[in-house]
Write a protein that binds this ligand. Structure first.
Ligand code: ARG
Length: 588
C-alpha cells in the first residue's frame, strides 16, 4: 500500500503541476507548527528561484487548485510561502479501512527478500551471563523480528565464545581440583563418563577463580595457555571435558534466553570454525595478504582516508594461536559457504568497533567475504547504573543477568498484586510478562548506540514512556473490547466512521502513519522508532479514551465505529510490541 504521507505528497504534486509548476516541489511533511496545521509543504520557496516568482504567489496559485481536493482541507498560505493543510477526515477513514483489510496493515515489505545472518547474544561459555550480554540479546532479538516482518530471511546465530583462554582456565582449575579424572590421564583409552564432573554453579565459581589466579600466578597462566593449545589441537581427554563444559553451560544459557523470550536458530560458536582456520590462514599467506610482523601474522587494513590510524588485523599470535579476529574471519567464510548471505549483521558493544572494522576490511581484502556481501556492525552503548557508571551489583561486582531479572520480577510482582483480583499463577506469569516489557522497552526506547541508565523505578512505572504503560494501554483496550463482545453476539461487522473529534482524528492519523514508521525502523534497524511511535499512539489513544464514553454511546453506528478503531489500535500496538520482543497480558 502506498504510505499515507506519500499519498499526501502525490496530491500536492498534482496541485503544483496543475498550477504550472514542477511536481517535485510538492513534498509534504508533518507540520512544524501543529498549532497551525497538521501538514505543510515548503515547495513554493524552492520554486521561487526557478520560476522567478514570489513564493507567496506560487503558493496561492497552488492552493487555488486544491479547493476541490479529496485529501486536503483548510488549505492556508502563510508568508513567505508555506502551504499549510489539514487532512479531510474522510480521507483518513478510507485509508484506515484499507489498512484493516491489507496484510501487515499495508506496510511495505521487501520485494526481493535478502538472506541475513544476525550475530547476536554472544555469551561466553563457562562465564555467567551478565548484563552486558543483555543488550545484545534484547536489541538483536528485536532486529531479527523487524527484519522478518520486512520479509527478509533472517538466521539468528548466537556465536558463543566457546574456544578461547577461558576454556583453558576452566580446564586447568578442574585439573588442580580433581587431578584423578580420566580426562587428564593420557594413558586412558576407555569411554569417558557421560556425567559432567561439575555442576553449573561450580562452573560459574571456577571461571572467576581461575581467571583471578592466572593474573597472579604466571605458572598457572602458562598452564592455562598450554591447556587451551592442547584443546585446540584436539587432545582427546580435553575435548571430552570441553564437551561437558559446553553442555552444562548451554543448557543454562538456554534457560536464561528463554526467560528473555530470545530465540536463536543456530547455536554455533567460535569452536565451530576451528578446523577451517589452518586452510584459511594458509590461503591468506599464499595470496600475499598476510605477512609476518614481529613474529605475528597480520593483514594491513589501513586506508588512505582513515581519519585515525587503523592498525593491521592480527591473524595469528607469535605463538601461532588464533585470535578473536581469526575466528570471526573463519566464521564469515563458513557462513558464506553454508548460507550465501546478502548481509551479516553483528550486534555487540560499540567498544568492539575497531575489531569489526579490521575484520570486515580483512574479509573483503582477502576475498573471505564475497563481493556483494554486506557486513554491518550495530554497536550499542553501555547500560549504566544510577551513578552513571556501568551497572554493578550493590557490592560492586558484575551483575549477573539472572539477578537483574529476578529483581525486576520481584518489583513487578509487588505492583501486580496490588490488584487483589490477580493472584497465584496468574500473578506470577503477569509479573514476568510486564517485567520483561519494562526491561526491554527501557533498553530499546533509547537509540542503541547511546549509553543509558537502568532505572528500576522509572522502567517499572505504569506511567510515562515505559513498557508497562504501553501494556496498560493495550490491556485497557482489550477490556473494553471484551465487554463489548460479551454484550454483542454479532460483533464483527463494525465499520469506521469519520473522526468525531480532534482527539479521535489524532489517533486515526497516528494509525495511518504505521507503514512509514515501519519502513523507517527497518531501513535504519532502529527499534527505538517503534517505541517512539507506540508511545505517541498510546498517549493519543488515552486522550481519546478519557474524552469518549464508548460503551454507553447511544448511536449504534458511532459506537461500532469506535469499536473498530479500538481493534485496529490494539492490533497495531500488539504488532509493534511483538517486534520489540514482548507481549501483553489479559489484565494487569
Ligand atoms: N563473545 C563476545 C563477547 O562476549 C561477543 C561475540 C560477538 N560476535 C562476534 N561474531 N564477534 O564480547
Amino acid at each position: 500500500m502506498t504510505q499515507f504521507i506519500d499519498l499526501l505528497t502525490e496530491e500536492m504534486s498534482r496541485a503544483f503541476e496543475k498550477a504550472g509548476y514542477g511536481a517535485e516541489l510538492g513534498k509534504v511533511a508533518v507540520s512544524a507548527r501543529p498549532d497551525l496545521a497538521e501538514y505543510q509543504c515548503n515547495g513554493a520557496m524552492a520554486g521561487a528561484k526557478a520560476y522567478h516568482k514570489a513564493p507567496f504567489a506560487i503558493a496561492e496559485e497552488v492552493a487555488e487548485t486544491l479547493k476541490e481536493s479529496e485529501v486536503f482541507q483548510d488549505v492556508n498560505v502563510v508568508r513567505p510561502g508555506f502551504i499549510n493543510v489539514n487532512i479531510k477526515p474522510s480521507f483518513v477513514t478510507a485509508y484506515l479501512a484499507k489498512m484493516q483489510e491489507t496484510e501487515k496493515f499495508g506496510a511495505q515489505t521487501s520485494k526481493t527478500p535478502s538472506t541475513i545472518i544476525l550475530d547476536y547474544g554472544g555469551p561466553n561459555v563457562a562465564k555467567p551471563l551478565h548484563v552486558g550480554h543483555l543488550r545484545s540479546a534484547v536489541i538483536g532479538e528485536s532486529l531479527k523480528r523487524i527484519m522478518r516482518y520486512h520479509g527478509d530471511k533472517v538466521i539468528g546465530d548466537i556465536h558463543m565464545g566457546d574456544w578461547g583462554l577461558q576454556m583453558g582456565l576452566v580446564i586447568t582449575e578442574l585439573r588442580h581440583r580433581q587431578p584423578d579424572l580420566p580426562y587428564f590421564d593420557d594413558a586412558f583409552e576407555g569411554e569417558y563418563p557421560e556425567e559432567a564432573p561439575f555442576t553449573v554453579s561450580e562452573l560459574e565459581e571456577i571461571y572467576p577463580f581461575a581467571s583471578k589466579k592466572s593474573k597472579e600466578d604466571p605458572d598457572y597462566y602458562a598452564e592455562a595457555m598450554e591447556n587451551t593449545h592442547q584443546l585446540q589441537e584436539g587432545k582427546r581427554g580435553l575435548r571430552a571435558l570441553w564437551d561437558h563444559i559446553i553442555n552444562v553451560s548451554v543448557s543454562d544459557m538456554k534457560r536464561n534466553y528463554e526467560n528473555l523470550d530470545v530465540e536463536f536458530d543456530l547455536w554455533n560458536g567460535e569452536s565451530t570454525v576451528n578446523d577451517i582456520i589452518p586452510g584459511m590462514v594458509a590461503k591468506m599467506k599464499d595470496d600475499g595478504y598476510a605477512y609476518e610482523s614481529d613474529g605475528a601474522l597480520v593483514v594491513d587494513v589501513a586506508q588512505p582516508d582513515d581519519p585515525k590510524e587503523i592498525p593491521p588485523c592480527m591473524i595469528l599470535k607469535s605463538d601461532g594461536a588464533a585470535l578473536y579476529t581469526t575466528t570471526d574471519l573463519a566464521t564469515i567464510q563458513d557462513r558464506e559457504e553454508k548460507y550465501s548471505p546478502d548481509e551479516i549483521v553483528y550486534v555487540t558493544d560499540k567498544r568492539q568497533e575497531l575489531h569489526f572494522t579490521q575484520v570486515f576490511r580483512a574479509a573483503a581484502k582477502c576475498g573471505i567475504a564475497k563481493e556483494g556481501t554486506k557486513l554491518r556492525h550495530i554497536g550499542f552503548g553501555t547500560m549504566n547504573g544510577p551513578d552513571g557508571k556501568p551497572f554493578k551489583t550493590r557490592d560492586g561486582g558484575v551483575m549477573r543477568l539472572e539477578m537483574l531479572i529476578r529483581d525486576i520480577n520481584e518489583k513487578m510482582m509487588e505492583k501486580i498484586t496490588a490488584n487483589p483480583e490477580i493472584v497465584g499463577e496468574e500473578a506470577q506469569a503477569t509479573s514476568r510478562q510486564v517485567a520483561l516489557a519494562a526491561l526491554k522497552y527501557g533498553d530499546l526506547s533509547n537509540q542503541a548506540s547511546k549509553d543509558y541508565v537502568f532505572d528500576m523505578e522509572r522502567f517499572t512505572s505504569f506511567e510515562g514512556n515505559t513498557g508497562p504503560y504501553i501494556l496498560y494501554t493495550i490491556v485497557r483496550i482489550k477490556s473494553i473490547l471484551n465487554r463489548y463482545e460479551k454484550e454483542n453476539a454479532a460483533a464483527g461487522d463494525e465499520k469506521l466512521l469519520d473522526a468525531a473529534s480532534a482527539l479521535e482524528k489524532n489517533l486515526m492519523m497516528d494509525l495511518a502513519g504505521f507503514g512509514a514508521m515501519i519502513s523507517g525502523a527497518c531501513e535504519e534497524l532502529a527499534p527505538h522508532r517503534i517505541c517512539a511511535y507506540i508511545y505517541q499512539l498510546s498517549n493519543d489513544f488515552n486522550s481519546f479514551y478519557h474524552a469518549t464514553r464508548i460503551l454507553t454511546e447511544e448511536n449504534e453506528e458511532q459506537k461500532k465505529s469506535w469499536i473498530a478503531l479500538l481493534r485496529l489500535t490494539r492490533d497495531i500496538l500488539n504488532t509493534c510490541i511483538d517486534l520489540l520482543g514482548f507481549s501483553a497480558p489479559e489484565r494487569m
